[in-house]
Design a protein around this ligand. Structure first.
Ligand code: ATP
Ligand code: MG
Length: 437
């Protein structure tokens, strides 16, 4: 055994450690944008009665192999799976959130007396090739309507997304829609599809050959350009739908028409996960290059039972936050949010101590305040105040301390009023600053 503190360990300790490939830091500027975005998202979700749930990032691997399906990109090659050294259990960093949310709903009997509208926001992990819009740790807004069966809720979820795009001022996001029918309809289509794929077996790529019999529908989900013509000519699941499935689909379409939301039917839309039935949809943009899907979702009436719960229908979607933020940044015109509303500058020991107290009093009335830390000339402190984006600077020096007043300067005044400065008694400062809101 090597002694701790040996030379090799010490040199290693001074080497820079970088983040893991495909996993990003969110730095303060972008962090403010994330928070602003999350505030809008929460308000939007509450507007439709959705409530927050938080499930663990680590789950038993079998939750995902079962819930997502063995023959999927995620389970075959994208999961961060490892053995717990303490007890030999196979664990996986969640690659998506639906399986965990459904597990929690079953485990805590959440659906015993009524359906539930829930959402969860957080990181998910997939071992993919990193590129713009495709990371190994990324974030999802996951929304699930558990225990609802009708097309009304499918449509509501889509309408709700259209509202979010509008609130964020996004343009060029289009809706693609399909129906995956029910298991019996898929079985009939599957037989026809296998026959068709067998006729084209010579041109299938490795993934395609492997999936021909295990998951032929997924062969059509290929991103391989050489297979597009073959995929376009394949029998369409949509043509195998029975009356009830068609009625459900029509029900969704009617409600989207009522809401003035346009969509296109994409018969090849099958989604990356196995558990969907009936409605599936994606919101896609051309503004983000190759990774243009910002949100995907659909109905998954079989999943709750598959994971050991009592049969119950459900529908949901997941938004890719990095992609949506990227799009928002391209479309939005709003300025970066300020770090604070009020920045307090000061000169001298007594003024510095007073500044800390004034800062507390202003926070008491709900203002956000930065008290300049350390010393420095007024000039350098004002530079910081300006860079913070604050509306107002409060100035404290020896005179102000002696007279129990503060000088107040508007940093973002209307043209003509620049530099306007006024003296305010400390006892009235909070009221005066509040009124300048
Ligand atoms: P894709 O076809 O782009 O791989 P997917 O079907 O695997 O997407 P979902 O499992 O439906 O994606 O996840 C929901 C959303 O999460 C996607 O629509 C996308 O916006 C986002 N997303 C998926 N994978 C990544 C990733 N590796 N990095 C960043 N965002 C992602
Ligand atoms: Mg994927």
């Amino acid at each position: 055994m090597r002694a701790a503190g040996s030379t090799t360990e010490m040199t290693q300790a001074f080497q820079k450690v970088s983040a893991i490939r495909g996993m990003n830091d969110v730095l303060p500027g972008a962090g403010a944008q994330w928070e602003q975005f999350e505030d809008i998202v929460r308000q939007w979700l509450h507007g439709y009665g959705y409530r927050n749930v938080r499930t663990p990032i680590l789950e038993h691997t079998r939750l995902f192999t079962r819930g997502i399906g063995e023959v999927t990109d995620i389970v075959e090659k994208e999961m961060y799976t490892f053995t717990d050294a303490l007890n030999g259990e196979s664990l996986t960093m969640r690659p998506e959130m639906t399986a965990g949310v459904v597990r929690a709903a079953i485990e805590h009997n959440m659906l015993y007396d009524r359906p539930q509208r829930v959402y969860s926001i957080g990181p998910v992990f997939r071992h993919e090739r990193p590129q713009r819009g495709r990371y190994r740790q990324f974030h999802q807004i996951d929304v699930e309507a558990l225990g609802f069966s009708g097309p009304d809720i499918d449509a509501e979820l889509i309408i709700m997304l259209a509202r979010l795009w509008k609130t964020l001022g996004l343009s060029d996001v289009r809706l693609e829609l399909n129906s995956l029918g029910q298991p019996a309809e898929r079985a009939a289509h599957r037989a026809a599809l296998i026959e068709y794929l067998e006729q084209h077996a010579d041109i299938l790529d490795e993934d395609g050959k492997r999936r021909l019999y295990t998951n032929p529908l997924r062969v059509l989900d290929t991103k391989n350009p050489a297979l597009q013509d073959m995929a376009n000519g394949a029998p369409r699941l949509f043509d195998f739908l029975g009356e009830a499935s068609r009625a459900h689909f029509d029900g969704v379409c009617q409600r989207l028409d009522d809401a003035g939301i346009s969509y296109s039917l994409n018969p090849r839309l099958v989604r990356g996960l196995d558990y969907y039935n009936l409605t599936v949809f994606e919101w896609v943009t051309d503004r983000l290059g190759a990774q243009g899907t910002v949100c995907g979702g659909g109905r998954y009436d079989g999943l709750i039972e598959l994971l050991g719960g009592k049969t119950a229908p459900a529908v949901g979607f997941a938004i890719g936050m990095e992609r949506l933020l990227d799009l928002w940044e391209q479309c939005a015109t709003q300025a970066a949010p300020a770090e604070c509303e009020v920045y307090i500058v000061h000169q001298g020991e007594a003024a510095q101590r007073l500044a800390a107290q004034v800062g507390e009093r202003l926070r008491d009335v709900g203002l956000s305040v930065i008290v300049h830390a350390g010393a420095g000339s007024f000039k350098s402190q004002f530079k910081r105040a300006d860079a913070s984006g604050a509306r107002v600077a409060v100035i404290l020096g020896d005179d102000e301390v002696a007279n129990q007043v503060a000088s107040v300067k508007l940093l973002r005044a209307e043209p003509g009023a620049e530099g306007a400065q006024q003296t305010v008694a400390l006892s009235e400062l909070a009221d005066v600053l509040k009124s300048k809101d």
